[in-house]
Design a protein around this ligand. Structure first.
Ligand SMILES: NC(=O)C1=CN([C@@H]2O[C@H](COP(=O)(O)OP(=O)(O)OC[C@H]3O[C@@H](n4cnc5c(N)ncnc54)[C@H](O)[C@@H]3O)[C@@H](O)[C@H]2O)C=CC1
Ligand SMILES: CC(=O)C(=O)O
Ligand SMILES: [K+]
Ligand SMILES: [Mn+2]
Length: 352
């Protein structure tokens, strides 16, 4: 019997709904497999935890997560209780950085049974490789003076190491896919980091003569995600650009509620973390209508990550069959509750 030890952090808002629901599905998958078991350690770290303890996670929090095989996270953030920059940097971003989860892999593709908001969409299948350790998300900077004299400086940090690493990851991924990498740049407006980004892209591209490459400014690329997403295969982007592009990717699929993400520790030193692209969705919390598919698809990426590609594929297929049957939450134009979606996904898996 193989055991996968998961550190489970539901976090805030609908994270507390979609995470437990997804664990039920993981248990069914393990049972059907017969030789696999998931072991869960639950962590209550969240904005409510912060109100009680003054921190998003205990001082030895990272230490506590270290011996798990992966972190399975829902969402972090409840701006009514804690300012977002405090809660996210205290938990989500802290884990990404401490565990050197330097790449954030975020696929978006046409899904059977889901109507894209695009008018006449051709089938698309793309993956955004988001640099996940630095870039625009940096603590470098500060505020001085106040009132009319107030000055705020926010530095973006781009290292050759991390930039090359993200690009190599994208090229390696493209080799296994349709052989095209698009770089998201903005070297016409951002005069230091983005020309550097372009330079590194060209250098790394030279190592992969078989791969088709393209550089696009982020503004135009955002528009092309909407008008011609089928032209993209792998997109490599900085932390912020990748963050924004993947919400667009989610939107053109049909809903932010279905998009998955994998925060990958590529040196094998620490656990990777699997979470949906979406946040805690305070506007729908407690209504039972959160779409669990982002969290489930993330679970499918986690299964792939651990070498259980068959299970990962079965899970995705069960998700698509459920959608095709019209069992969908309201964000996808459906009338089903989260629990009904989960129940149908489980039925589909059992009848495979
Ligand atoms: N990785 C993370 O943990 C992230 C956390 N956040 C945090 O989440 C909180 C809310 O952020 P927002 O900007 O509102 O983004 P959000 O992704 O939570 O919500 C945006 C919109 O999408 C809807 N939505 C999101 N997930 C859904 C799902 N599974 N099913 C159905 N509808 C869904 C929401 O109802 C809302 O209308 C903030 O505290 C923010 O900082 C935001 C994005 C990512
Ligand atoms: C924080 C956020 O929006 C993300 O990681 O996608
Ligand atoms: K999330
Ligand atoms: Mn985001």
């Amino acid at each position: 019997m193989s055991v996968i030890k998961l550190a489970v952090i539901p976090g805030d808002g609908i994270g507390k709904e979609v995470v437990p629901a997804s664990l039920k599905v993981l248990d069914v998958l393990a049972e059907l497999h017969g030789g696999l078991r998931f072991e869960y350690k639950q962590y209550p770290w969240s904005c409510e935890y912060y109100l009680e303890h003054g921190v998003m996670m205990p001082e030895d929090g990272i230490e506590q997560l270290k011996d798990s095989d992966a972190v399975f996270l829902g969402a972090v953030g409840n701006p009514n209780l804690v300012a977002d920059h405090i809660s996210l940097w205290g938990l989500l971003i802290k884990i990404r950085r401490e565990f050197e989860q330097v790449i954030n892999v975020r696929p978006a593709r046409s899904m059977k049974g889901v109507t894209s908001p695009l008018a006449n969409p051709k089938d698309f299948d793309l993956i955004v490789v988001r640099e996940n350790s630095e870039g625009e998300y940096s603590e470098s900077g500060g505020r001085i003076h106040s009132g009319k004299d107030e000055v705020v400086i926010q530095n973006a940090v781009f290292t050759r190491k991390a930039t090359e690493r993200a690009m190599r990851y994208a090229f390696e991924l493209a080799k296994k896919r349709r052989g095209k990498v698009t770089s998201a740049t903005k070297s016409n407006g951002i005069v230091h980091s983005m020309p550097f980004w372009d330079e590194v892209f060209h250098q790394v591209a030279a190592e992969y003569p078989g791969i088709q490459t393209e550089s696009r400014h982020i503004d135009a690329l955002s528009a092309f995600f909407v008008t011609r997403p089928h032209e993209y295969d792998v997109i490599v982007a900085s932390n912020l650009f990748g963050d924004i592009l993947t919400d667009i990717g989610a939107a053109i699929m049909g809903s932010i509620g279905i998009a998955p993400a994998a925060n990958i520790n590529i040196n094998g030193k620490y656990p990777s973390m699997f979470e949906p692209v979406h946040g805690s969705a305070p506007d729908i919390v407690g209504k039972g209508i959160a779409n669990p598919i982002g969290q489930l698809w993330t679970a499918s990426m986690m299964l792939d990550h651990f070498g259980y590609q068959d299970l990962g594929k079965n899970l995705l297929q069960a998700i698509e069959s459920t959608l095709e049957k019209g069992i969908k939450t309201p964000d996808l134009g459906g009338r089903s509750k989260m629990d009904e979606v989960i129940e149908e996904v489980i039925n589909q898996l059992k009848n495979m």
